[in-house]
Each structure stands twice: as C-alpha cells, then as structure tokens.
Design a protein around this ligand. Structure first.
Ligand SMILES: [Zn+2]
Length: 168
C-alpha cells in the first residue's frame, strides 16, 4: 500500500515548512492527513485518490488500484491476497472476457501433447466445458467452479518476476 500524496522524510533531510505557495517536498500541515511535520508532500498532494493498493498477480505482474480511504485500500489488498491464495482470483482486466476466449488459446498451447491426449482435451472442451462455461464472463468463474464442473486440469501458479519494479 502506498500513500501517493506523501512520503516519509529521508534520513537527515531538512524539510521546509510550506510558505504561502506550498510546493512538493515540504511538510504536510493538514492534520486530517497525519501529524503535521511528519509527512512530506509529493507532487500529487491532494490530487486524485490518495491510497494505492498494490499486489502481485498469478503471473507475477504488479497490479494496483487507487482508493480514497486507507481502510478501503487495506480491505482490497486483503480480499485480493485471499483470492490469490485460494485460487479464486481473476484478473480484473480480463473480467469482461468470456471463458471461450481463453479456452482456445489454452488448447492451442497444448500442441506438444500426444494426439490422443490432445483429442481428449478437445472433446472435453467441446462436450463439457464450452457448453457449460463458454459464454460465462471470466470474472464470474472461480477456480473451484471449473474443477467441480469439468475436472479439467488447470493449475494457476505464478512466479513473481525477478526485479519486477513498482509502477507509479
Ligand atoms: Zn497532506
């Protein structure tokens, strides 16, 4: 979680109190933001949503969403990390796509399998999975649904990318 409006003073930094024309890099004097004289204003001070919830998804990509209130950002992080650990996380950007739109690329990626295995997957898709789930938005499908509904093997896992850096 990130406070986009403020940062902590650096070690040994001499932070100025704001003059008439406050600029970034001075002490925040708004007691609603925190103890005056403890937070240094950023360039975004009072602009946009203050709190940025950040998490890393299954694919190791860093995601973020901004909130007005700190408690909402914290709750969002809790919900997302719980969903990630239970396997029910779905990428919000892919939420509008239907299951069929990811099933075909997935099947394509199985070219290395034995023809018989591949044919088995194909019929599983055509007979069981797509009729049931093809038109369902991805955001409405949980990992548990898929396992219950089809026994299709699908193992979400992700290795956070090394050196993945924050986005601002
Ligand atoms: Zn402030």
């Amino acid at each position: 979680m990130e406070d986009r409006w403020h940062r902590s003073p650096k070690r040994g930094e001499q932070v100025a109190w704001p003059a008439d024309n406050p600029r970034p890099g001075t002490w925040c004097t708004d007691p609603r933001h925190g103890e005056p004289g403890t937070l240094v204003t950023s360039a975004r001070h009072r602009h946009g949503l203050r709190w940025l919830a950040r998490w890393v998804d299954h694919d190791g990509n860093e995601r973020s969403k901004a909130f007005d209130r700190k408690a909402d950002a914290q709750r969002h992080i809790t919900v997302v990390t719980t969903a990630l650990s239970t396997g029910s996380y779905t990428d919000p950007k892919r939420g509008a796509a239907t299951f069929a739109t990811v099933a075909e690329p997935w099947f394509d990626s199985k070219r290395g399998l034995k023809p018989k295995t591949r044919a088995g997957y194909r019929s599983l898709l055509d007979v069981v999975v797509l009729p049931r789930w093809g038109e369902t938005p991805l955001r409405d499908i949980t990992h548990a649904d898929i396992q219950d509904g089809s026994q299709a093997r699908h193992r979400p896992r992700g290795t956070p990318a090394k050196g993945a850096k924050s986005i601002g």
